[in-house]
Design a protein around this ligand. Structure first.
Ligand code: SAM
Length: 285
C-alpha cells in the first residue's frame, strides 16, 4: 500500500503500521465501543483502525501529522460522513474543541484509541489527562517500557510523574503484550496495549495544576529528600512552610519523593496548597 502511494515509513514520525488483524481486534475489544461513542484517534496512519472505528462508532475524529497519509485517508473516507480527518499535530491541535464539535450521542461517551507514535507517548498522555478532556476511556499501544511506567508502584525505578498522573485519574491495565512482528516495519522494542479507564479526580485535589506542580517538584531531583526537593521547587508555595505542610500531611520529609503513594501526594498537595503563593495581580487598581 505504501509503495502504491509513493510513501515510505518515516521513523521520525514513529511510523510502525499495524499489519495484524488479531491486534486490531484486541484493541477494539478493549475499547468496548457503543454505537453512540465518539472516538478520537491519534495517528490513523493508513487507516486500519480508523476503518473499523467508523463502522462501530457515531463519529471518529482522527488527527494525523503526515500530509501524504492525510491525502490517502481523505480519499479512503470520502464517502464516510462520520469520519473527520484533521491534518495536525496531536500535541498542539485543539482536542477539546474537536471533541466539543463531535459530541457522543445518548448513552455514548468519548474515547481515545491510538497506536501511538512512540516519540510523543508521555507528553500526549499527560496532555489527555491534565487538560481534563471529557473522555471515559483510552486504549493505547505503547512501548512495553512505558506500559511499566504507567502501572509502576511507588519506590520502584519506573515510578515517576507519569505514573502518578495516570494512577490519579485512571484505572490502568495491560490488555495484551505485543511483539514487534505485528508492525511494519517492526520496531526495535516490545509493545503493549494499555487500557486507561478514567475516573473523577479525588475531591481533595481542588487544583489539578497545583497538584501536578507538587508531583513534578518531588520528582525533579530524585536524589534529594522530599523536604529539600519541595523547598527548592516551583515558587508556588512558601518554602519556609514545607516542614509544616509535611507534618500536616503526616509524611516524613526525610523520605524521597519517589516513595510517595498517589494518596500521599494528594494529602501533600492539599496541605501545601494552604501555603500557596498567589500570583501577583498587577492590573487590579
Ligand atoms: N494507526 C496506524 C496503525 O496502527 O497502523 C499508524 C500508527 S503509527 C505507530 C503512528 C502514526 O501517528 C503515524 O501515522 C504517524 O504519521 C502519526 N503521527 C506521528 N506524530 C504525530 C503527531 N504529532 N500528531 C499526529 N499524528 C502523528
Amino acid at each position: 500500500m505504501l509503495r502504491h502511494l509513493g510513501l515510505s515509513p518515516r521513523k521520525a514520525l514513529g511510523q510502525n503500521f499495524l499489519v495484524d488483524r488479531n491486534i486490531v481486534a484486541k484493541i477494539l475489544d478493549a475499547a468496548q465501543l457503543a454505537p453512540e461513542d465518539t472516538v478520537l484517534e491519534i495517528g490513523p496512519g493508513l487507516g486500519v483502525l480508523t476503518w473499523e472505528l467508523a463502522r462501530r462508532a457515531r463519529s471518529v475524529v482522527a488527527v494525523e501529522l503526515d500530509a501524504g497519509l492525510v491525502r490517502w485517508l481523505r480519499a479512503l473516507f470520502a464517502g464516510q460522513p462520520n469520519v473527520r480527518l484533521v491534518h495536525g499535530d496531536a500535541l498542539t491541535v485543539d482536542l477539546a474543541g474537536l471533541l466539543a464539535a463531535h459530541p457522543p450521542g445518548p448513552g455514548g461517551s468519548a474515547k481515545v484509541l491510538a497506536n501511538l507514535p512512540y516519540y510523543i507517548t508521555s507528553p500526549l498522555l499527560m496532555r489527555l489527562l491534565e487538560e481534563g478532556l471529557p473522555i471515559s476511556l483510552a486504549v493505547v499501544m505503547v512501548q512495553k517500557e512505558v506500559a511499566r511506567r504507567l502501572l509502576a508502584r511507588p519506590g520502584t525505578k519506573d515510578y515517576g510523574a507519569l505514573s502518578v498522573a495516570v494512577q490519579l485519574r485512571t484505572h490502568a491495565e495491560i490488555v495484551a503484550p505485543v511483539p514487534p512482528g505485528v508492525f511494519f516495519p517492526p520496531p526495535e522494542v516490545e509493545s503493549a496495549v494499555v487500557r486507561l479507564t478514567l475516573r473523577p479526580l479525588p475531591e481533595e485535589v481542588e487544583d489539578a495544576a497545583f497538584f501536578s506542580a507538587v508531583v513534578r517538584a518531588a520528582f525533579a531531583q530524585r536524589r534529594k529528600t522530599l523536604r529539600n526537593a519541595l523547598q527548592s521547587g516551583a515558587g508556588l508555595w512558601d518554602k519556609d512552610a514545607v516542614p509544616a505542610a509535611l507534618a500536616e500531611a503526616g509524611i516524613d520529609g526525610g523520605r524521597r519523593g519517589e516513595t510517595l503513594s498517589v494518596a500521599e501526594f494528594v494529602r501533600l498537595s492539599a496541605a501545601l496548597r494552604r501555603f500557596r503563593i498567589e500570583p501577583e495581580k498587577s492590573n487590579d487598581r
